[in-house]
Ligand binder design. Structure first.
Ligand code: ATP
Ligand code: ZN
Length: 342
């Protein structure tokens, strides 16, 4: 894990903040040094301090106010999906490499003895290369980790029957898991995603997405962060995935709001605006009130990424952040959001 702090690099970064591009590859090391993030020894898994959580929670409050006129139904789920729903979701078709399944010991006394013997051998390796033999005793549970905050809601909505007249909007929030260990702090293995999801006619959901590209942009401008809106694609797996990704771009199904954070030379997607067409509607058999298959779109706020972007651009001491940002997050958030929406 490459987060050890090189004092020379740290000093250089402090003396001359990166100017060629606004990303800062020393961000993770600096945040760990300052105690804002806490190392666990595993790339992409960090502890969060009170300072980090305070910013993230205030951002979440601001997002709630930003979407207050959406009449969204709030739905929260634990960060696990029923395995069966996950199987039906087709996630494994597109992103087999990112999914995380949950296993547990389900054996008898003899299996327990085997487990402990294998574990002894593992631990005996100490800090050396450890075997994963004890994992032979772990069997699949009926759960997998949630890969995106909107995944748990489609089967639940489907079970309710056709959507109401005018469609429906949902406000979702979840810790998500993606198996993509990285030394880039903005690519975590477990992170929080806040989304508004719209289901309805193609016109309804396209209008929704346009509105949120505008709103998301106004919001990030208020946060005092530099950004671009880019056409994007999801990281579909394998050779066939390239074709799917190209077609996603051609059809302009995904846009991202990108901010320079920690990746040298490449800004990071902090918000995304996705039009799924009738993919989820068809998959889960969700119909509009008139019987047409529902289309869907979502706007996703990467909560850790947006928080990291704030620390990157405004510094590690939140008391020294620009007045406008302080007013938005620690002052009259409602008034600041109202002003931005006008
Ligand atoms: P990327 O292209 O960077 O892998 P993505 O396009 O897969 O991201 P989405 O699937 O659209 O991301 O996820 C919604 C939001 O969740 C993103 O806009 C981002 O802010 C956040 N996000 C995605 N992956 C991660 C991650 N590994 N760590 C932290 N935040 C993430
Ligand atoms: Zn979504």
């Amino acid at each position: 894990m490459n987060t050890r702090i090189d004092p020379a690099a740290l000093e250089a970064a402090e003396a001359a903040p990166p100017s060629h591009d606004a990303s800062d590859p020393t961000l993770l090391a600096r945040m760990i040094e300052a105690g804002i993030l806490v190392e666990t020894g595993e790339d992409g898994i960090y502890g969060r301090s009170a300072a980090f959580e305070d910013v993230l929670e205030r951002l979440s409050v601001a997002v709630t106010l930003l979407g207050a006129d959406q009449n969204a139904e709030v739905l929260r789920f634990p960060p696990a999906l029923r395995r069966r729903d996950f199987e039906d979701s087709e996630y494994l078709k597109s992103f087999p490499d990112l999914a995380g399944t949950i296993h547990a010991f389900q054996g008898n006394d003899a299996d327990h003895r085997r487990l402990l013997a294998a574990l002894d051998a593992t631990i005996a390796a100490g800090d050396g290369e450890r075997s994963d033999e004890w994992m032979d005793q772990q069997k699949p549970t009926r759960l997998v980790f949630t890969p995106a905050a909107c995944y748990p809601i489609y089967p639940v909505i489907a079970r309710r029957g056709a959507l109401p007249e005018g469609g429906a909007t949902f406000d979702v929030f979840s810790y998500c898991f993606r198996h993509e260990p990285s030394v880039d702090p903005s690519r975590m293995q477990m992170f929080r995603m806040r989304e508004f999801v719209r289901l309805g006619s193609p016109g309804d959901v396209m209008t929704f997405r346009e509105k949120w590209i505008e709103r998301g942009s106004a919001f990030v401008k208020m946060l005092g962060l530099p950004f671009d809106i880019d056409l994007a694609n999801d990281p579909f797996f394998g050779r066939g995935g390239k074709i799917v990704a190209n077609s996603q771009r051609e059809q302009q199904l995904k846009f991202e709001l990108v901010i320079p954070v920690a990746t040298p030379g490449r800004p990071t997607a902090c918000l995304s605006f996705n039009y799924h067409m009738d993919h989820f509607g068809t998959l889960w058999k969700i119909d509009c009130a008139n019987g047409d298959v529902a289309h869907s779109a979502c706007v996703a706020f990467g909560m850790e990424r947006t928080t990291l972007a704030l620390f990157r651009h405004h510094g590690l001491d939140v008391r020294a952040w620009p007045d406008g940002v302080r007013a938005l997050l620690w002052g009259d958030t409602q008034a600041a959001i109202d002003a931005a929406l006008r």
